[in-house]
Design a binder for this molecule. Structure first.
Ligand code: CU
Length: 121
């Protein structure tokens, strides 16, 4: 009888430990990052990366760096967020916004000739 009780206690302790570990993992997965940041370089090939992902509801900082004078990417336009900024050569320009809706949102140069994509999940 004593043996049975001891094994029952041991088994429930093990189950409890697993349940604790599982819930800790679930909590970690649900924690949203406070900010997110991405760097985009404008070189002779265009935007690099040409598309990137952002999480909805998390303040984002996207930094653009134009490293060439051979493209027309001297301005960055993100219509969905009302962003339109000059990109001086070799100078980082950061824009900040919080993605409110999921979906795909384009960014372009000032003449809408170069194209990139923001994917909000
Ligand atoms: Cu252009």
């Amino acid at each position: 009888m004593k043996y049975l009780i001891r094994s029952a206690i041991a088994v429930s302790l093990i189950v409890f430990a697993f349940a604790l570990a599982a819930s800790a993992q679930a909590t970690r997965k649900n924690v949203k990052p406070k900010t997110q940041s991405v760097r985009v370089v404008i070189n002779e090939q265009g935007y690099s990366p040409g598309s990137f992902r952002l999480r909805k509801g998390v303040p984002a900082r996207v930094t653009f760096l134009r490293t060439t004078d051979r493209t027309c990417g001297t301005e960055i336009v993100i219509p969905a967020y009302g962003i339109n900024r000059q990109l001086p050569l070799d100078r980082s320009v950061s824009v900040s916004f919080t993605p409110k809706r999921t979906g795909e949102f384009g960014f372009t140069c000032g003449m809408n000739m170069m194209h990139g994509k923001i994917i909000v999940r």
